[in-house]
Design a protein around this ligand. Sequence first.
Ligand code: FPP
Length: 254
Amino acid sequence: MTSAPSAAQTGNGGPATEEFPDHIAIIMDGNGRWANGRGLPRAVGHERGVEALRRTVEAAQEIGLKTLTVYSFSTENWRRPVSEVNALFGLLKAYVKRDLNRLAQEGVKIRILGTRQGLPDDILELVKRAEDRTADNDAFNLCIAFNYGGREEVLRAAKAMASAVEEGRTSASEVDEAAFSEFLDTGGLPDPDILIRTSGEYRLSNFLIWQAAYAELVFMDVLWPDFGKHHLLEAVETYRKRERRFGGLSSGAA
Ligand code: FPP
């Protein structure tokens, strides 16, 4: 069960945004605890996590979101036991193999965020297949952060930008925030309006550190495998009750 949002989570005293979000990003946390609590192997928690992901993608499409970004394997997750790393790789493969056709037919564009370095050939081939197959779709963006770390992404983008300057494709004076964003794995996508983290942890864990600069953070007590449409709607409602100021003043406060 999700705890009721606290006053600090729902509002900051100003007028609510009332706007509907375009892009929600989720740190899908709590698979291990979900499994431990049931005396099951952690891998079972991750399997149930994939089912929650399926439900959430469907719900996101139903409620009219344009983009969903999920954190499914971080560059730090390599520190986990090999068996767990293999389980997560296997789940990505199974997810793409099982869902790619349907997602492609539904107009979903799949993008895998993160570095390709260190990924085995079969995963690389699958990632390419998923991205190529859905490249021309535009009904919904599903971004899966896999082998992803925010600092690594920003650094890679900075290097790509430096190469572009060296090769004369752009100049340092031309680079502003919008131009730099294009070098990120999320280039061309809007920043997330909401960043949800499940399982009651309060960290960003190196997720979308550039893109989430102005995201509304929503922390929920539910463990990821139990996440469903009503949690997504609850996060949207929390967001709509907040006032987004982007560093400015509340309307009427000046
Ligand atoms: C965090 O829970 C979750 C992950 C590290 C992986 C998330 C992966 C999935 C939801 C399934 C994989 C989906 C695809 C498409 C590959 P945790 O293991 O850290 O849980 P804990 O904090 O309770 O131990």
